[in-house]
Design a protein around this ligand. Sequence first.
Ligand SMILES: *Cc1c(COP(=O)(O)O)cnc(C)c1O
Length: 414
Amino acid sequence: MSSIKDVDPQVFTAIEHEKKRQAEGIELIPSENYTSAAVLEACGSIMTNKYSEGYPGKRYYGGQENTDIIENLAIERAKQLFGAEHANVQPYSGSPANTAIYFALLEFGDTVMGLKLDHGGHITHGLPISFSGKAYNFVQYEVDKTTGKIDMEEVRRLALEHKPKLIVAGFTAYPRDIEWKKFKEIADEVGAMTMADISHTAGLIAGGVLESPVPYFDVVMTTTHKTLRGPRGAMILCKEKFAKAIDRAVFPGLQGGPHEHIIAGKAIAFHEALQPAFKEYAQQVQKNARHLAQAMKAKGFNLVSDGTDTHLILADLTNKGVPGKQAQAVLDSVGITLNKNTVPFDSRPPMDPSGIRLGTPAITTRGMKEPEMDMIADWLDRVISNIEDTTLHAKIKEEVKTMCLKFPVPGITF
Ligand SMILES: *Cc1c(COP(=O)(O)O)cnc(C)c1O
């Protein structure tokens, strides 16, 4: 980064501090991960200089011999990784990708079903103030109050009542595996199209740990920067029969020039995810999450749905007497980063909800395993049970840092 240092010391200093923060702290935000040094190099490469509107072989500008090679590699690897008929790797991120899918499959005002935000859905799954909620008639399903799991009978009842044109499944704060086949059966019963949003679990699906919706669903969207461990971005996989509509909706429907430096990063990340080591990674992410969930339960934490099948844990802190916002802030101060989150049927407001959301993708990339999960559960418990004890917090901050420095972050050197 010597050029940044010379040209812009302010940005340089902030990035240096961020390196230190990432290296010395425990990253538990379940949507975050560390890309490889190879992916980082691609994202910082001269591919950012090139305009390439259109698709490989059908571009609007000249000079595309290298962008075509890179984008075709990304497409072929994405298809291979998920067994998909068609892949579009151009979406800038998950939210625009979802918007493109709606734009491809629906007319404004059409009825769609998606999981409610405070039950684990994403803002693009019909939150009334979001574009999705304003442009389409979203019917929102919920999780069951006693099990914390999606009630497929309720999904079926709502589908029969509202006859949606599209059913969206796949979530942002839901710790359990999803019954893709069941969703598909319900959609078929009411003549709806199906869209899976596997942004959170794509890496676990690619690694063979969770079942894939790709064989059943019409369209599947994933971000590439969460468990998939690639650069910040997204892609859309679909059946051949939707390929044209999806491609047209992404470009020129919604986006202009694709970010070829990021697409290069996606190609590399998919290559990495096709290696045997990625299967082991995915398995360890799930093992770590299960172990951490058990260890937290043993410390009296109340987990939504009583555990996890994935990389993600949602804890309701009501019994601990600490609101999610305060827990997030104090944990941040000791170097443990996670996010406050609503829990289903939350009695508190969304900006200061009852829960916290945490997960294991990032810490597993650093090589942390079961013994470290026990240490993390212990720190979570000690901080939350002694939320005012700043002396203890300072001590724990040092313990956290000591442990973290044993596990280097890919791409960070000092
Ligand atoms: C993260 C996420 C998205 C959005 O991704 P951005 O890249 O932040 O726009 C969409 N859907 C789900 C389920 C997600 O978890």
